[in-house]
Design a protein around this ligand. Structure first.
Ligand SMILES: NC(=O)c1ccc[n+]([C@@H]2O[C@H](COP(=O)([O-])OP(=O)(O)OC[C@H]3O[C@@H](n4cnc5c(N)ncnc54)[C@H](O)[C@@H]3O)[C@@H](O)[C@H]2O)c1
Length: 416
């Protein structure tokens, strides 16, 4: 994992707990969810992890890069997600995961001062150094396969430019230190060139670029992104398809959050918040289809705010005010006050993505993995555009697994 912060350290601590103390990996679909096979009366409902050949928790080795955290124990202590007493039992194991020096440039994350940073100044040389890290990690830990999941900070807002058009242009840009190439793109390039699938947990473009899509196809490696779907956006994608299924109208959706962790601090910089805002705002339009339903969803005011508020640490609080309308146009309101824990929600997603991306590679998949849209706020997708409705995403994920394993997709139809 590039990024050894709150999410990465919470993930690892949870996996350690699950394998040492048999603590349930709650929130992880790969570990906890069942999948129905065939007709309902056949009563075949295995666990997903028994149905598809996923790597087991005991077989996973973790590693990471970070420009600040020295090791996973310090990362977990700084993040403050878990109590010191919970961490104590795992302290030496977590301390043993020492950060590799990061490819880092402050221009992309103005609020952070990097200290554990690679000395190479040329971007192509930085990519080569990352590939050497990947190879060293593979050999030292005797890994058969690797997956990279971006758990590092959100980078400043950026749009794709000419250097991102093709692999050739991108490689030329790396050699010329093109200023439009962000660190996350260098990690993605290094991963794909090493045959390692890449999932992007932050809203940066990273793998959502023509050059990286081309490279993933050429090297036969799966990619997916972007921005873990947790917290307020998870709620949005749970509630809006429900309102739409009953043809209830929506006039406005105002969302605000307070968050006090390092992620919140990074997002306090306007250029980094903009990256997040774009990712969060796309959700409602895609679910509600205002072009098909202009009278219900044609005039929505959708606002999203995040305020950095240190006293709360990782314990985010979100408020949503939803102005809806029903029969005869009469207005109603829904208020949601979600007191969540950001990293507790995100950690199991990283585990699932790592295991599913590894499975996808073994299934011979390459390029964008739309069936993993379930996990993302701004899913990367083909020409038809992204699917945001979490229930359609879940069906797509499960049907993909069924088809890979030679089972019929479940359509829920009564006609068949
Ligand atoms: N927690 C959630 O619910 C959630 C949801 C969606 C997206 N995310 C995204 O996941 C990412 C991680 O979140 P977090 O709460 O763990 O943040 P965090 O700030 O605790 O950790 C991020 C870490 O990345 C490191 N970093 C920054 N630039 C780097 C680079 N170039 N290379 C390697 N490491 C680098 C930072 O030093 C930091 O330790 C953020 O981008 C966040 O926006 C989190």
């Amino acid at each position: 994992m590039p990024g050894m912060g709150a999410v990465a350290s919470t993930l690892i601590a949870g996996v350690m707990q699950a394998r040492n103390n048999d603590v349930a990996p709650i929130g992880s679909v790969t570990q906890m969810a069942h999948i129905r096979l065939g007709k309902r009366e056949e009563n075949r409902n295995p666990l997903i992890r028994d149905f598809v050949p996923l790597a087991g928790l005991d077989d996973i080795v973790f590693g990471g890069w970070d420009p600040i955290s020295p090791n996973m124990y310090e990362a977990a202590r700084t993040a403050g997600v878990m109590s010191d007493s919970d961490l104590a039992a795992m302290s030496s194991e977590l301390e043993g995961i020492v950060a590799m020096d990061a490819v880092f440039e402050q221009r992309w994350v103005s609020r952070l001062e990097g200290v554990r940073v690679k000395t190479e100044t040329n971007k192509f040389a930085q990519a080569e150094a990352l590939m050497a890290d990947i190879e060293r990690f593979r050999v030292e830990n005797e890994c058969d396969r690797l997956v990279m999941v971006w758990c590092a900070s959100t980078e400043a807002y950026q749009e794709a430019s000419a250097v991102h058009d093709t692999v050739a242009a991108f490689e030329e840009g790396l050699r010329n230190n093109d200023e439009n190439i962000a660190p996350s793109q260098i990690y993605a390039y290094a991963a794909l060139m090493s045959g390692v699938p890449f999932a992007n947990g932050a809203p940066n473009l990273t793998v959502d670029l023509p050059c990286i899509v081309e490279l993933a196809g050429r090297e036969g490696v799966p990619i997916c992104g972007k921005d873990f779907k947790t917290g307020q956006t998870l709620m949005k994608t749970l509630i809006s398809p429900g309102l739409k299924s009953r043809m209830l109208g929506i006039r406005g959706w105002y969302s605000t959050n307070i968050l006090g962790n390092r992620d919140g601090e990074v997002l306090d910089a306007p250029e980094n918040f903009m990256t997040k805002e774009v990712s969060k705002l796309g959700v409602l339009g895609a679910i509600l289809q205002p072009e098909l339903y202009p009278r219900l969803y044609g005039e929505i005011d959708h606002k999203v705010r995040i305020d950095y508020y240190p006293p709360r640490g990782d314990d985010k609080e979100g408020w949503d005010n939803i102005d809806i309308f029903g029969w005869l146009g009469y207005p109603m309101q829904i208020k949601i006050n979600f007191l969540c824990r950001d990293s507790i929600l995100a950690a199991p997603l990283v585990l699932d993505l790592a295991l599913f991306m590894d499975l996808a590679k073994r299934a011979g998949e390459s390029g964008v993995q739309e069936w993993l849209s379930f996990y993302f706020k701004a899913p990367q997708a083909g020409e038809a555009g992204p699917e945001h409705d979490i229930f359609i995403q879940q069906t797509k994920l499960k049907n993909t697994l069924r088809e890979w394993m030679g089972e019929e997709p479940v359509t829920h139809s009564e006609a068949g």
